[in-house]
Design a protein around this ligand. Sequence first.
Ligand code: URA
Length: 215
Amino acid sequence: MIDAPEAPRDCQLCPRLVAYREANAAVHPDWFNGAVPSFGDEKASLLIVGLAPGVTGANRTGRPFTGDYAGDLLYATLNEFGFSKGKFDARPDDGLELIDAMITNAVRCVPPQNKPTPLEARTCQPFLMNRIKALPNLRAMLALGRIAHDSVLNTFGLRKMSYPFGHQGAHDIAPGVRLFDSYHCSRYNTNTGRLTPEMFEAVFSDIKKYLQTQS
Ligand code: URA
């Protein structure tokens, strides 16, 4: 039984992900190459759920969304909405602190081609569940993309049909907890115009309003 909110760095639960981590470690022994822990405020009202570490981003640096393009947009937006202090410099030792927010991933280890299998997402789910339970002030969650959205629903035992994923959608998923959805802030989505910075800001604006009316 898994009762910790964070996977051990050398987590062995998913053989394919372990093999990929080891292959990366053989070529880049200086990279983090482990299950990436959540980052942020242990008293957060907002939990942001990404997909999984990027190979040259979080898998390299050891901090979610740190070192790849997806993080540049996410951390800039967090800063704009007052969820961080300090300067984001794409390094885990840049001194950045999150305020009232935490970032985690639905899958904690980097998957090949950025695509975890459904079994890997299910296997990692207890860590998400325990992460959620360990946040005493949780009132909002932000799912970045459909896989993160589905992992959150599974964690709460909810049916996908009743809570469809949609950009800028919002769902009350538990007493006092609202799930917000956004397209993932990946470079692919921003390059193709599926997600613009304005669309991403609109989601954060909804979250901020919700948290302010709740406090
Ligand atoms: N980095 C992460 O940590 N998660 C993502 O979903 C993408 C990049």
